[in-house]
Design a protein around this ligand. Structure first.
Ligand code: J2J
Length: 541
């Protein structure tokens, strides 16, 4: 595979191995193990289909063999864009069985994102859903037509259909009784995660089998999952939270059951929770608020724990969720680059509501530093830096400024340490918008805005929003010689560039000039302060 990334230094790698954080099992090991130990247990429920561990494993084996017969080889990258459906996991496990390395694009990603992923990765295989608007008209978006092998859900003239291995009566290969599946894979790349981004080019996160498995295994231990676990996946299946904290892979590790929801929409999720006796669910704060405001309530007592993460959760909302649903709210503060923090189920309520959690592994190292890199006084805010057995040491193809000389990842989050090692996220240094948990780099949208002939300067910032936490505002300096573009025409222009919808600015403002810092860069803090008076925070009631 083209490209490179920085691996863990030898001494730390030896420590992680010796401490058992890294083990000799690749990520598909759990599914194989459950297929042997509890073959009839339902691994996942997707609409009217209920698949046992045995069926899931065997179907994935069949698909992996098919791809190997087509000439696909271990180490090759795969670009996948599927929604929340059984086939997402089928493809993931088949990729791992064949040693392939998937990048799971979000279903909401557009033509621009897919093109950039394909450019960076040069995938050997594309897997998509033919019902996605990007693939309508039996065409492929630019940059994807060169991918040599293509498979799709449904039918498309430029791709092979994914065979329906789940159809009753399908003959599947026998369960392999040989030793554990491919333990030699454990130090190889398992998948690419996506960074929320802080620069114009989206960064890809290389995760290996051993580090990702460590993250899942430790998450399962913190959350005390057992085969009785019934987890609702309502967030995008490929997002790090829903996949690994403990997420779907945690379900497979524990031998529980994964219940898939197409979206976090309250009434359909409530129906799934009721019908399948779901006891855990994971949401971003924006979706949790919609659950709270839904006209119907959840059947009690079913849901034991509601995990909330991905964006700031207000203590008021945390408390209201516990009261309304009669469950425990567990805060999860994680990042696709690695480190995941959880509040303990046994933490007292006020701590559970006010803090975002503590690092889950005893091998996680964290420090909180000020602007010049010195460790702050305990309780003071500063940037969180971290390294550990499941935190990357570098992005795909570099991007090393995000790492310190001694290998800590600069999270770009401002945090403070509270009681009992609990962290509180108090702000952000990175130039990013977190729109209801969906993140993007301001620079990426600014680059697209500057392609508009009437736009001379552009700055994208976040503004407070009651529902989403943050929305985006584009402040533009326009060419006085040209007609000023309307917000509608600018949004249309950005859509035509193929940008995902969630990155299109919610508001557009024109200005004579942008405030500058001493070195002549746009002064984003000054802009945010200026527009905070125009779009003030709406206080929660
Ligand atoms: C405030 N900000 C948070 C939280 C993430 C589990 C859970 C979430 C993610 C995730 C993840 C936050 N409160 N509880 O990968 O495994 C913001 C921070 C962080 C960034 C990471 C997981 N939880 N954040 O959200 O890669 O700014 O991962 O650095 O998408 O989201 O975003 P992402």
């Amino acid at each position: 595979m083209m490209g490179h990334f920085t691996q863990w230094p030898t001494a730390r790698a030896a420590l992680y191995q010796q401490q058992g954080a890294w083990q000799d099992q690749p990520l598909h090991y759990w599914c194989w193990q459950q297929a042997h130990h509890r073959p009839q247990q339902i691994a996942l429920i997707c609409r009217d289909r209920q698949l046992s561990y045995r069926q899931l494993w065997q179907a994935a084996t069949q698909l992996a063999r098919l791809w190997q017969q087509q000439g696909l080889q271990a180490g090759q990258p795969v670009l996948v864009q599927l929604g929340n459906c059984a086939e997402f996991y089928l493809v993931l496990i088949a990729c791992w069985q064949a040693g392939l390395v998937p990048l799971n694009a979000l279903y909401r990603h557009g033509r621009k994102e897919l093109r950039e992923f394909a450019l960076q990765l040069q995938p050997a295989l594309l897997v998509f859903d033919s019902r996605h608007p990007l693939f309508s008209g039996n065409q492929l978006p630019d940059g994807l037509a060169d991918i040599p092998q293509r498979y799709c859900l449904g039918s498309h003239s430029l791709a092979n259909p994914l065979p329906d291995f789940f159809q009753p009566g399908t003959i599947l290969p026998a369960l392999s009784t040989a030793a554990d599946p491919a333990p030699q894979l454990q130090q190889e790349l398992a998948l690419f995660q996506l960074s929320g981004g802080s620069t114009g080019i989206p960064k890809l996160i290389p995760r290996t089998h051993r580090d990702y498995a460590c993250s899942v295994r430790d998450s399962v231990a913190v959350c005390q999952w057992t085969p009785q676990l019934r987890y609702l996946c309502a967030l995008p299946a490929g997002h790090n939270f829903a996949l690994s904290s403990p997420g779907a892979l945690g379900v497979f590790c524990a031998g529980g059951t994964l219940v898939l929801a197409a979206s976090p929409e309250a009434s359909s999720c409530f129906a799934l929770i009721r019908e399948h006796q779901v006891n855990w669910a994971a949401l971003v704060p924006a979706a949790a608020r919609l659950w709270l405001d839904a006209p119907e309530n959840l059947p009690r007592p079913v849901l034991e724990v509601l995990q909330i993460g991905g964006a700031a959760l207000s203590p008021t909302l945390a408390q209201a969720l516990e009261q309304q649903f009669g469950c425990i709210v567990q805060q999860v503060y994680g990042m696709a680059e690695g480190l995941v923090n959880y509040t303990a189920l046994t933490d007292p309520p006020t701590l559970r509501w006010h803090y975002q959690g503590r690092p889950m592994s005893k091998l996680d190292e964290i420090r909180i530093v000020n602007a010049v890199g010195n460790i702050v006084q305990r309780g003071e805010p500063g940037e969180l830096q971290t390294r550990g057995p499941y935190t990357i040491c570098g992005y795909w193809q570099g991007g090393e400024d995000s790492f310190t000389a001694d290998g800590f990842y600069r999270t770009g989050d401002l945090v403070r340490e509270g009681p009992d090692g609990l962290l509180q996220v108090v702000g952000r240094l990175k130039d990013q918008v977190n729109r209801g948990g969906e993140k993007f780099a301001a620079a990426e949208v600014e680059t697209e805005l500057l392609k508009h002939p009437a736009v001379r300067q552009a700055a994208v910032i976040s503004i407070p929003d009651l529902l989403l936490g943050e929305k985006s505002l584009a402040v533009l300096v326009c060419d006085p010689q040209r007609p000023t573009p309307t917000a509608v025409s600018l949004r249309r222009f950005l859509r035509e560039q193929g940008l995902a919808d969630f990155k299109i600015p919610d508001k557009v403002q024109c200005s004579d000039q942008l405030p500058l810092t001493a070195v002549g860069k746009t002064d984003k803090p000054a802009l945010r302060a200026l527009y905070a008076t125009i779009f003030p925070t709406i206080e929660e009631t």
